[in-house]
Write a protein that binds this ligand. Structure first.
Ligand code: PLP
Length: 222
């Protein structure tokens, strides 16, 4: 199957309200261009060095999304062109994005990564720590970085019930914090959940933004 065929197939399986981020990590410029020529405009990368290299070779109207763990010292490099950072997983990172976005006089959409999987992971907020962040002055004072929603990754398991339950909890959490903190703010609107193996379940559970790599591009090129 071609990249074009893969994208068409995914689009047929999801409602038009759900946005598709094509995760192009480990795939070269040619693969990204093929997806671009098929009409795809949102691309996700998880490493700063890789996104920096590709971006310069590719059309300027691509909407770049950062989806991997981001070190604070790399924020400055990507802020001038990044549209959304899906993986905001600490206060320190959010603070640095605000600082660099202010320097660049640019709005940056930040999704708060929530740890929903059973696996131990160093990254992501718990529901409680996320609420503490939303209650803090730091959050109220944001002017250039804004909270556009939440992101989560389900446990890597064959058990669909476990995956479904985790996505369901994230959607419920989103609804609660939307009502509590952002009832009037339309920018707080995204639930980024669902990858190649679980995006159908994620969409059924309320995802607005899926991040799909291998089902579009195949397995890694390098
Ligand atoms: C790699 C990656 C994806 C895409 O994974 P696939 O299984 O290839 O679709 C989505 N989200 C994050 C955070 C990733 O690192």
């Amino acid at each position: 199957m071609s990249i074009l065929g893969n994208i068409d197939l995914i689009k047929k399986k999801i409602p038009s309200r759900v946005k598709l981020v094509a995760v192009s990590k480990f795939h070269g410029e040619t693969a990204v261009r093929e997806a671009y020529d098929a009409g795809q405009r949102m691309f996700g990368e998880s490493r700063v060095q890789e996104i920096e290299q590709k971006r310069n070779l590719l059309p300027a109207d691509i909407e770049w999304h950062f989806i991997g763990h981001l070190q604070t010292n790399k924020v400055k490099a990507i802020v001038p062109y990044i549209q959304t950072i899906h993986s905001v997983d600490s206060r320190k990172l959010l603070q640095e994005i605000e600082k660099q976005a202010s320097n660049a006089q640019k709005q940056v959409c930040c999704l708060l990564e929530i740890h929903i999987a059973q696996e131990n992971s160093k990254y992501g907020f718990s529901f409680d720590s996320c609420r503490r962040l939303l209650n803090s002055e730091q959050c109220k004072e944001l002017k250039f970085a804004y909270i556009g929603g939440v992101m989560g990754m389900a446990t890597n398991t064959e058990d669909q019930d476990v995956i479904r339950e985790e996505f369901r909890r994230l959607k419920k959490f989103f609804d609660e914090i939307k009502a509590e903190y952002y009832p009037q703010d339309n920018r707080f609107s995204e639930i980024s959940m669902g990858m190649s193996d679980d995006y159908i379940i994620a969409v059924e559970e309320g995802s607005t933004l899926i991040r799909v790599g291998s089902s579009i591009f195949g397995h890694r090129e390098y």
